[in-house]
Design a binder for this molecule. Structure first.
Ligand code: SF4
Length: 494
């Protein structure tokens, strides 16, 4: 891997000394910063990681002298154009790991010192701090990995004389995180696994809640997380959804949506017996199919082995169809402990989001113990789970690191992690790009990215953006199959 050199810039020598030795003193103000930018552009290659370290004035009222700001965006008072720095969240997290609190947000550059009395307008734009160099110098380095770290010297109520020493005292904290940031910078190859992100069942569940809000008005109550993803849940909350744990938390007369993982007959009974509730069922049709099979086998006096994770809501729901007849197994060793008689009719079912290879081992041991065991008519592990695992398998051998985007309580996401591990691939699970760690990316060239069926694809694009902020990226996509599955919405929201 071609890694980056680090070039640290400071406006003033005193800021360089406080940091621990910058490579270039660029001077203060627009003219000096622009001349320095021109000279740097002529001598630095695009792989050089460039960090600007110095003091700045606070715009946000909560900031105090010595607070560190990581710029997520560079703006100037002279232009409407701005430049985002998508790696800011990774750098901020690196400071946090060094136990140094930082603030992350836009920094605005002005050609002249902005006195405290004139900062209100700039603060209203959401910028955290104002300086006199960052945008001017960085404009000359459009393709380099960039970082801007500013320490607050003066605030809206206190001038620079009071805060200058505190600001300089904080700058030395930037050295370690910036060196680790530079080690992660360099050329990377990103391979996107496809299919990834939303499946048809998740899309249907989200559209069901959105459709209910638009048809019946907010609030719409949802029992449990509609799908296992925090971003999806927060987005629906903003639209007017209220998430509850149990039906008895839903007020009379309200609309309530049952989540994609399905519910037991007992929960369905609680919802419908209330009479006053408008119940909309967003259970994925492929989960509903497993419930139907459970009822059918139970009706034929079969004992049922349910392969799955007992703490998962889908398994709770399926188990509730015939609790007296169902035993849940999670591993081959669980099969050995089953107490069903060998001469009784028996069938097995599976959770929809299991690992295919691991489930195959459990099914083999079931068939060895109960040779007459009946199997579901079609595989219960759903097409989306299968496709996402196949896609991971197809790229794992080419990746130094695989990043799986999704929530830790998402079953199909957790299985993607396990599949990659079984392929011998180093793998990290993240909720979103803010959890990417610079340490994972140092000395890594080829990075695979996928996302669980409940994770929105924009999270994958954020990850690509964050990695791209570290240097040139070669982006490709490995498509193992094109998905065309769509499920119709529940009739109440059509
Ligand atoms: S992962 Fe499969 S079973 Fe679960 S919601 Fe998606 S399509 Fe349905």
């Amino acid at each position: 891997m071609h890694t980056a050199n680090l070039q640290v810039l400071s406006p003033l020598r005193i800021e360089s000394i406080a940091y621990g030795g910058a490579d270039t003193i660029i001077g203060t103000g627009r003219d000096r910063a622009q001349r320095a930018g021109e000279r740097l552009a002529a001598r630095l290659d695009e792989l050089t990681a460039v960090a600007l370290v110095g003091v700045a004035g606070a715009l946000a009222p909560q900031l105090v002298p010595g607070d560190l700001i990581i710029a997520s965006e560079l703006r100037s008072t002279e232009s409407v154009a701005s430049r985002t720095l998508p790696g800011a969240a990774m750098l901020s997290a690196e400071f946090m790991r060094s136990r140094f609190a930082v603030h992350t947000g836009p920094v605005v550059t002005s050609p002249k010192y902005v006195p405290a009395s004139e900062r209100e307008t700039l603060a209203a734009s959401g910028a955290l701090a104002v300086d006199m160099e960052s945008s001017w110098v960085m404009d000359y380095l459009p393709n380099n990995p960039l970082a801007v770290v500013r320490s607050i010297s003066d605030t809206t109520t206190r001038g620079p004389v009071f805060g200058g020493l505190r600001a300089l005292g904080s700058l030395s904290a930037a050295r370690g995180p910036l060196e680790r940031w530079a080690r992660a910078c360099g050329e990377h190859e990103i391979i996107l696994a496809s299919p990834r992100s939303f499946c048809a069942g998740v899309e249907r569940a989200i559209e069901t809640v959105e459709g209910a809000i638009s048809k019946f008005g907010a609030p719409v109550y949802v029992r449990r997380q509609i799908v296992h993803n925090l971003h999806v849940v927060r987005n629906l909350e903003r639209q007017g959804a209220i998430f509850v744990e149990e039906i008895d938390e839903v007020p009379d007369g309200a609309v309530v949506v049952l989540a994609a993982h399905g519910v037991s007959p007992e929960v369905r009974r609680q919802a419908t017996e209330r009479g006053s509730l408008n119940v909309i069922d967003a259970t994925c049709p492929l989960v509903a199919k497993v419930h139907t099979e459970a009822r059918r086998y139970a009706g034929q006096d079969h004992n049922i082995v349910l392969i799955g994770h007992p703490e998962h809501e889908e398994v709770e729901g399926t188990f509730g169809e015939a609790p007296e007849r169902i035993r849940i197994v999670t591993s081959v060793s669980d099969v050995a402990r089953l107490d069903f008689e060998r001469d009784q009719p028996i069938a097995f079912l599976t959770q929809t989001t299991l690992a295919i290879d691991e489930t195959a081992e459990i099914v083999s041991s079931l068939r060895a113990r109960y040779p007459h065991i009946a199997a579901p008519i079609t595989n219960d592990i759903c097409y989306a789970t299968q496709n996402r695992q196949d896609a991971v398998r197809s790229i794992a051998h080419r990746c130094d690191l695989l990043v799986v985007v999704g929530s830790s309580n998402s079953s199909n996401t957790a299985r993607l992690v396990e599949v990659a591990q079984r392929e011998g691939c180093r793998v990290e699970l993240i909720e979103d790009a803010t959890q990417l760690e610079l340490g994972w990316l140092a000395a890594v060239r080829s990075i695979g990215v996928t996302a669980g069926a409940s994770a929105p694809d924009f999270l994958v694009h954020d990850v690509v953006g964050a990695i791209s902020s570290l240097g040139p990226v070669h982006l490709s996509e490995e498509i193992v199959v094109q998905e065309t599955v769509r499920f119709p919405l529940p009739t109440k929201v059509r």
